[in-house]
Design a binder for this molecule. Sequence first.
Ligand code: DGP
Length: 120
Amino acid sequence: MQFDYDDQNIFAKILRGEIPNNTVFESDHALAFRDINPQAPVHVLVIPKGPYMTLDHFARDASADEQVGFMAAVAEVCRLEGVEPGFRAVANAREDGVQDVPHYHLHILAGRNLGPMLAR
Ligand code: DGP
């Protein structure tokens, strides 16, 4: 699989500080910020700082430090957002996954019962 990262995507612009965001957490390897169109009371996007398009791209090519750093950011977001009653983590990828922004991001959704996983 060939991954051609587009550095003009909106999350690349957020990482460069060209577009503002509502930051929840930031580390050397990851940025977490509130989704502009929240689908639940808590809707945070966690993104790696490196140029990865999708979860499978990140899992294949990111270094161990980047992967550990990313998951540590997920843990920190869960702690900060108080998701004890439960949450959902979603990573959309490519066309069939209906991914709009081609920079890997994990949606963290919480704050209400999220219902069935997929709408029919
Ligand atoms: P996906 O379909 O998985 O690629 O989701 C992309 C999400 O990104 C979608 O829920 C809306 C959010 N989003 C798009 N543009 C912006 C933006 O400029 N700022 C923020 N905070 N979120 C954005």
